[in-house]
Design a binder for this molecule. Structure first.
Ligand SMILES: [Zn+2]
Length: 80
């Protein structure tokens, strides 16, 4: 979950799974987090809805460890 200040700068990020407040300094998230922005389409039950949530790295690891197929991982050549 993200909160923005009146000036549009990122103010706070909390993990939706455990509620942990992550470190944000000067509008920049200073720790590993996974950010999800899912726009549901026509063939879903949620057509027209956009869902946003954030996970801290620990919750991301816990969640993906339960996948029956592993996450695809590749080397990142440029920092995104
Ligand atoms: Zn968490």
């Amino acid at each position: 979950m993200r909160k923005y200040n009146e000036n549009g700068q990122l103010g706070a990020v909390c993990c939706n799974m455990c509620g942990k407040k992550m470190i944000v300094k000067e509008g920049i998230l200073r720790e590993g987090a996974a950010c999800f922005d899912q726009a549901w389409g026509y063939f879903s039950e949620k057509d027209g809805e956009v869902h946003h949530f954030d996970l801290c790295e620990e919750c991301y690891d816990r969640l993906t460890a339960e996948f029956c197929l592993p996450v695809d991982v590749e080397e990142c050549l440029e920092y995104l």
